[in-house]
Design a protein around this ligand. Structure first.
Ligand SMILES: N[C@@H](CCC(=O)N[C@@H](CS)C(=O)NCC(=O)O)C(=O)O
Length: 201
């Protein structure tokens, strides 16, 4: 069985749980306290989660893990192989989200921990939220009527931006909750709820 190292309330871990759930894969979760990464480092040579173990194969970094899951369990494919245009759009959105979108909340997290902020970064992050609302005008999912890696990669972060259950433990998620402004966007809120209802491992 697949094993995955995790911490509670981790958006990057949620990506793996959702991808595995959609594919009907079982995962044995090893949940570590946020401050304790000895085992993660021993297994993977670095401290961030998620880390997936499949027999002797060890993979860190959630997008790499999702691509691995597409290889070992291609039903459904998160990166569609029958539509090159859609597949390229998935790559663009996934790379933009990981390489660009995550920048401001990471920077704001570091500033908020020092009781500082940056108005321009907050405005940049808030200004991106309507893009998701507009994308959802084309269908049930971010790139139309087909669920893709873009939804799996992006949903966990906007999920925490919309979170209204128990208090979240990390400053990063407080940034998302207080800055993204997802609640002003009905299609986005409906997509967040639709994604929440999908199976997770
Ligand atoms: N690029 C990595 C980032 C992983 C990452 O930042 N994980 C967070 C949890 S969501 C973490 O382990 N943070 C602990 C730390 O920064 O020390 C991925 O997508 O998996």
């Amino acid at each position: 069985m697949l094993r995955c190292h995790a911490i509670p309330y981790s958006a990057n871990v949620d990506r793996v749980a959702l991808a595995a759930g959609l594919k009907g894969l079982e995962v044995h979760w090893i949940v570590h306290p946020y401050e304790e990464r000895t085992e993660v480092e021993r297994v993977s040579g670095q401290t961030l989660v998620p880390v997936l173990e499949d027999g002797g194969t060890v993979i860190s970094d959630s997008p790499r893990i999702l691509r691995y899951l597409d290889e070992i369990a291609p039903d459904p494919l998160l990166w569609p192989d029958d539509d090159p245009v859609l597949r390229a759009r998935v790559d663009v959105l996934v790379e933009w989200f990981n390489g660009v979108w995550k920048g401001p909340p990471n920077a704001l997290e570091a500033l908020w921990k020092q009781d500082r902020t940056d108005d321009a970064l907050e405005a940049q992050l808030a200004g991106w939220t309507p893009w998701f609302e507009e994308l959802l005008g084309a269908g049930e999912y971010l790139l139309g009527d087909r669920l893709t890696a873009a939804d799996v990669v992006i949903w966990p972060f906007l999920r925490y931006a919309a979170w209204d259950a128990e208090p979240l433990p990390y400053v990063f998620e407080h940034v998302l909750q207080q800055v993204c402004g997802v609640r002003d966007h009905p299609r986005l809120m409906a997509w967040i709820a639709r994604m929440e209802a999908l199976p997770r491992a």
